[in-house]
Write a new protein. Sequence first.
Length: 342
Amino acid sequence: MSGVSRRQFLTWGFPAGLGLTGAALAATGQEASPPIPKGMAHPNPTQYTGSSRPAPTERQAPDALNPMQILTAFDHGKVTRSPDGRVQREYTMTAFDREIEVARGVKFPAWTFNGAVPGPTIRCTEGDRLLIHFRNEGSMPHSIHLHGIHPANMDGVFEIVPPGGRYDYELTADPFGLFLYHCHVMPLKKHIHKGLYGTFIVDPKTPRPPAKELVMVMNGFDTDLDGENEFYTVNGIANYFAEHPIPIQVGELVRVYLVNVTEFDLINSFHLHGNVFRLYRTGTNLTTYEVTDTVTLCQGERCILEFTYNLPGKFMFHAHQSEFAELGWMGMFDVRPRAVSA
Ligand SMILES: [Cu+2]
């Protein structure tokens, strides 16, 4: 997309313009690597290893999940008992570089957790002991910074993991709510927009009511490296849910875990057509909510939405910034009548 601003791209029409320009849009930019900041050596060398071997810039890995699969791909970890009798969950997170598709025919040289953007949805219950084994097989230093309560050396800010290195994060899931994780290496904006982030759900000990649960991560991709996004998506591919409406049923309770990890733009938003939703900000309170049809989130903010459709049909959801919607942040729910048994 070199030499073409997103404003120009908008005037071509999207997605109609894609068919004409897809091949030309493939991002080719390679950026210079930032050094590890001085004074940020890891304080606990027993958990931390570096390596002088060159890290792979690309590696063989399973195909990335598509945005529909990401909606419901919860990683509950490997479950055992901790020494003090609590539920213990172990996760493996590997950072590596990978070219991903961000719109039809458009590639982006991403930095990924486990090969996908967004990375896996980590799910657990309040009070669980979490062990996250982080391996950096990428070309740059990285870390995992989780939101929520945890010790300082589990915060992923000073414990920067070089290519070939690893770090084990150990924490108690606290409090319950909807959080996120992301790399916290400087320059932060770059390490986030390249793709190193994902959703972190801590369920309350008494579970929320049964529902069709969907994770939606709002993000953007700066494919020509000009400091603004050329595409906006939910779960990584522009317009995916416009082309693949999400099936739901009349009368079904739907719960959306909505996370905003859009860089460059200060806010993003979610607007639901033909309905209203209960809005639980950050999901840390089960009883306090507002009822609305649009929510605006700053970078890093999250909320849980609950709604039920009583009428069948196709209903749109999209960013209420119309520019974002035209650049890919638009989708549909396909509300189907309930199956009637004979
Ligand atoms: Cu990073």
